[in-house]
Design a protein around this ligand. Structure first.
Ligand SMILES: Cc1cc2nc3c(=O)[nH]c(=O)nc-3n(C[C@H](O)[C@H](O)[C@H](O)COP(=O)(O)OP(=O)(O)OC[C@H]3O[C@@H](n4cnc5c(N)ncnc54)[C@H](O)[C@@H]3O)c2cc1C
Ligand code: SF4
Length: 350
């Protein structure tokens, strides 16, 4: 007997999109989220205005949360994880950490990513100097309305440096991947700082700029032409302090000269690591990990979001660094794939 319910694990943009899509076509959904709040990274980490819509995360993703919470076809299990998944496509049985059991025909893993912890890049000053922060912290300063300030004494910074690719494209620390969205997010943050603090000089240290597709005009060129953000192509060696200011030492790779520049605030544009739960999720759900530790997709040209286990699908940043828009699109695609599979498995009436 095929069960109509679909189990969705993780309530970020991808999971919220999948749950809404399924509920919209009448499928019951059990949505399991390990935190007590829904919304994923944009809500849990307090992002400010999103790229590329320019909408506040609390409104845009908050709207997706409200839509799902208000839908009686979605039963939400907060502060909860899946401990075991038995059975097969059409008739799974999931045991949750709160002791309840969910019967589901299919499952969609939308468990997202873990922010890179800048402590793993000690030579760039995070954890040593309080005025070395991450893009997530700057997002929180903006979204809380406090404004961008130096944590050490609350002063308005006069000079800010944003360092790209922190925890991405770095073979020395085992992270080869590009996190896809941090160049664009950094250009956006740089413009927001210049808007709030027009006298503040903002520099972006980069290897390459990957403001892909249409973001090139809206973020890369606009940040330079309208907001006078300065870009330095450099290899950063270390972030230290001269007792008064933070000092970034490195090499300007265009002119091939050493550079040493003082700043008040240094921002790490942190990347997207695989979710630390992935090894456990892979074992529980019987799916594979790809070589970097993200959840592996099966056939890319079949039903989008298939995994090695029939009836278990995956979407969003769980399978690699992803934007919100693409995570939502993949959540919708996985919902359609799960819904189609259940329709195929249902016995045809005589
Ligand atoms: C600083 C920063 C700023 C960004 N800004 C933007 C932006 O402006 N625009 C943009 O397009 N992208 C942005 N991104 C990327 C964006 O965060 C991701 O695209 C998006 O969060 C991916 O959504 P998701 O639903 O796949 O995963 P997530 O948002 O990570 O959500 C996953 C959910 O699953 C839950 N979960 C995890 N493990 C389990 C488990 N074992 N059991 C149950 N639940 C679990 C988590 O608690 C979370 O709620 C930014 C990234 C960073 C680092
Ligand atoms: S998007 Fe930009 S900052 Fe992020 S990893 Fe890729 S190149 Fe580096």
């Amino acid at each position: 007997m095929t069960t109509d319910t679909v189990l969705v694990v993780g309530a970020g943009p991808a999971g919220l999109a999948a749950a809404h899509a399924l509920a919209s076509v009448g499928a019951p959904v059990a949505l399991v989220e390990k935190e007590t709040r829904l919304g994923g990274a944009p809500i849990l980490s307090g992002y400010a205005k999103l790229v590329p819509s320019g909408e506040w995360a609390k409104d845009a993703i908050g709207g997706m949360v409200a839509r799902v919470e208000g839908d009686r076809r979605v039963s939400v299990h907060r502060g909860c994880t899946v401990e075991a998944l038995d059975g097969e496509a059409g008739a799974f049985r999931a045991r949750l950490s709160d002791g309840s059991v969910v019967e589901a025909g299919a499952a969609i893993l939308t468990t997202g990513f873990t922010h890179f912890d800048s402590i793993n890049k000690p030579e760039w000053g995070f954890g040593t100097f309080p005025d070395v922060v991450t893009t997530t912290q700057v997002e929180q300063m903006i979204s809380s309305g406090r404004g961008v300030r130096c944590p050490s004494d609350g002063r308005k910074p006069e000079r800010v440096a944003i360092l790209l690719c922190v925890g991405s494209r770095d073979r020395q620390i085992g992270r080869e991947w590009c996190s896809k969205v941090c160049c664009t997010v950094s250009c956006n943050i740089a413009m927001e700082i210049r808007e709030e603090l027009p006298d503040c000089h903002v520099y972006i240290y980069y290897m390459d700029i990957r403001t892909f597709g249409l973001y090139e005009t809206k973020y890369y060129w606009r940040s330079q032409e309208e907001f006078k953000v300065k870009y330095i192509k450099a290899r950063v060696a270390e972030v230290t302090s001269n007792g008064e200011k933070l000092v970034i030492k490195g090499e300007d790779t265009l002119v091939k000269r050493p550079i040493t520049i003082p700043f008040d605030l240094v921002v790490h544009a942190i990347g997207m690591d695989p979710n630390v739960d992935n090894p456990r999720l892979a074992t529980t759900f019987g799916v594979q990990l790809e070589r970097h530790g993200y959840l592996d997709r099966g056939n890319a040209y079949g039903a989008l979001g298939e995994t090695a286990r029939r009836g278990v699908f995956v979407a969003g940043a769980a399978c690699g660094p992803e934007t919100i828009d693409d995570s939502i699109a993949q959540g919708n695609a996985a919902a359609l794939a799960a819904f189609s599979l259940l329709a195929q498995l249902r016995p045809v009436p005589a």
